[in-house]
Design a protein around this ligand. Structure first.
Ligand SMILES: [Zn+2]
Ligand SMILES: [Zn+2]
Length: 352
């Protein structure tokens, strides 16, 4: 029965293949199409830039990133997951940045959930910035920001209020003057009493703390926002409230764990020289830096998560356990191999 089905389905594929190629179709749970094709094109553009600036090795790696994707699919389309692929893991690679951010979001969601169960916490979203800098200053500036963050997190006022944190670096680039804007996004888990009474740290106080940590002669721009649940007047049930809190926290997680460098920050339209300069500066500045870090209860949760998931965060595949049967209908999952087709500029199913 099963082999018959496989024969029929592969027969169908062959027949369709005569007329047209089967392009990859992979969607998120909400139905939105995953940006495989766009990311691959962006990675190819980065590979070209690396080639122009003489980084041949990186150019080859980024250029072959995600060339071959092996998916496991339910024949009835209930489930589809990426089980094997090669990803280059070059810092600036748009394909890898996308895969990594999916991973971090997934990891943070489960970690914040664990932490919320055992601690009474509130969540705060903090952004720490410095003045814009030029390309050659970027490397040293980021190093200095990380040291400053270290100093800030050692302060008594910080330790008294913050029970856990996750920090991520983001660098944007101004297209008007080509300057760089490195900033740190932090998700802070604060004590339940943080917003009430004498413990509350106002925005102005955060600014002073960050300036002292930076040891800067100017007052840096700081943004701090409570991770808030939008009030719904009809909402009464406690379960609904916790569901909404979860969603507000997830939105903050998405904001914190976005890409460290968006492709738009170095791809200067119609300006190869500008693009290549940006790639050179960003590549050098991000080399060997820890783009994300955890502290306090989130660090403990991360270590636990890593142990339980066996380095899963590093693989960049879908991270779901390889399953032999579809969870919905019980059909045997089938393997489908897609390769990047340069001529068609798309992922095409590889014929068996
Ligand atoms: Zn890559
Ligand atoms: Zn199924």
């Amino acid at each position: 029965m099963l082999s018959l089905y496989i024969r029929i389905s592969s027969g169908v594929i062959k027949q369709m293949d005569i007329n047209k190629h089967i392009a990859l179709n992979d969607s998120y749970k909400n139905g939105k199409k995953k940006p495989w094709r766009l990311r691959k094109k962006q990675s190819n553009q980065l590979a070209n830039s690396y080639k122009r600036i003489g980084e041949i090795n990186k150019s080859l790696r980024v250029g072959s990133c995600g060339n071959v994707l092996l998916f496991q699919e339910c024949p009835d389309g209930h489930q589809k997951q990426l089980v094997r692929a090669f990803f280059c893991k070059v810092r600036l690679c748009p394909m890898c940045a996308w895969r990594r951010s999916l991973k971090i979001v997934q990891q943070l969601k489960s970690m914040t959930h664990i932490v919320n169960q055992s601690h009474s916490l509130k969540w705060v979203f903090l952004t720490l910035t410095v003045k814009n800098v030029s390309g050659p200053e970027l490397d040293e500036t980021i190093r200095h920001m990380f040291q400053s963050w270290q100093r800030l997190s050692q302060r008594k006022v910080f330790k008294d209020n913050v029970k856990g944190w996750f920090r991520a670096l983001e660098v944007t680039r101004s297209n008007s003057d080509g300057s760089y804007h490195p900033h740190i996004h932090v998700l802070l888990a604060v004590t339940a009493g943080y917003f009430a009474g004498k413990n509350y740290v106002r925005k102005e106080k955060w600014r002073v703390l960050w300036q002292e940590a930076l040891r800067s002669d100017y007052m840096p721009v700081v943004d701090i926002r409570k991770v808030k649940v939008k009030r719904n007047p009809n909402q009464e049930a406690e379960t609904l409230k916790s569901e909404e809190q979860k969603r507000a926290l997830e939105a903050a997680i998405l904001e914190t764990a976005k890409y460290p460098v968006k492709p738009a920050s170095y791809a200067v339209p119609g300006n190869r020289q500008g693009t290549d300069d940006a790639v050179r500066h960003l590549d050098r500045a991000l080399r060997g830096k820890r783009m994300i870090a955890f502290g306090g209860v989130l660090k403990q949760a991360q270590q636990k998560w890593n142990n339980e998931n066996n380095g899963e965060a590093e693989t960049l595949t879908d991270g779901e356990k390889k399953e032999c049967q579809c969870a919905t209908c019980g059909s045997n999952m089938l393997e489908h191999l897609y390769t990047w087709n340069i001529g068609l500029s798309n992922y095409i199913e590889h014929e068996h």
